[in-house]
Write a protein that binds this ligand. Sequence first.
Ligand code: PLP
Length: 400
Amino acid sequence: MLKKQPYSSMKLSQISQIVRSSGIRKIFNRAQEYENVISFALGEPDFTASEDIVEAGCSAIRNGKTKYTVNAGILELRSAISDMLYSDYQIRYDPTHEIIVTTGAMGALYLALKVLLDPGDSVVVCDPGWTNYYQQILMCGGTPVPLPVHEEQHFQPAVEDLHKVICSSTRAIILNSPCNPTGAILSKETLGEIARLAVEHDCVVLFDEVYKRILYTEEGFESICTYPGMRDRTVVIDSLSKSYAMTGWRLGYAAGPEAIIANMTKFQENIVSAATTPCQYAALEAITGDQAHLKHMVREYARRREYVCDRLAQIPGLKMYPPQGTFYAFVDITQSGMNADDFAYGLLDSKQVVVVPGTAFGSGGDGYIRLSFATSMENIREGLDRIASYMEGIRDAYVQ
Ligand code: PLP
């Protein structure tokens, strides 16, 4: 009989030793040690998908729509995505060549990076920014290059900073608007400047717009694909996870230049074949059906956001630039005198409240914690009461 090899002596790839699990999971797992926990940790809607979406998925299963689909996803869904993007941006993406349905936005991001990167290529990512970008770039053999963003500039990347980090090895820039964790929407000015630099340096922009339907401002949201020269160098990445409360259905898509999409489709064929078939039918219903559930969810997030902003403004020692989109509050805790990790783990240990230390989003997130208000009003009230009491307990640290 073969002797089982101890895990530690197994030869594993170098990259598997480098890629890290997310800091969000780390604190979430630690919270399992406690009872009576209030969690502001996870970035997923506390709603479920609407009845008609669920019915479309179930009906697909009942009616045998459970075989493999073409690798890019069913054409009806790609056509519906094309119409939706046309209505959003007045840009027509050809559903047969320029759109791919993927396993969530994460699937789309990974395929796009895999298509774009050779070893030694670099990708610019905002810091703080969504942590999985860093790991995916590493998994695709690239080097993530942080682009610092600061609250003083309302979390807009500054073009001078982009000038400093962009170089001949830069293949792509990943942008996320509205942004996880900061809640910032990239302004017209920022998008215009980045677009100019992307054209000048011949870079592709991966534009992650998964929160684009969860907005709290009149100004609204713009995608970089609408800027001069960007139609042919942007991969628009979106999913149904946040807008339609379909995180576990794993359904996303990418739209962009044919050369990139065709190669993403070839890679998808070799990894998962295609997104799950019944979920593609459910997604078709989500996009083409009644949008009342989405509007209801956004109204509810807006109500919670207002409450969170009001309450945080009354807690001495905390401050926040109000999110313009997403369901995250990115709270400045520097007055506490603690770093983000000590603050977050201290809050968990003493008050059983889970928040994500900003360092989970890059070193630029130190001095911040992220609270997801995709949880009930009752939890939000109780959680903020506990945070207020935590701040009272460490008062000596921040009262001069
Ligand atoms: N992009 C951002 C900015 C996110 O915050 C998330 C999830 O938290 C994703 C992508 C992943 O989306 P999906 O569930 O569609 O893979």
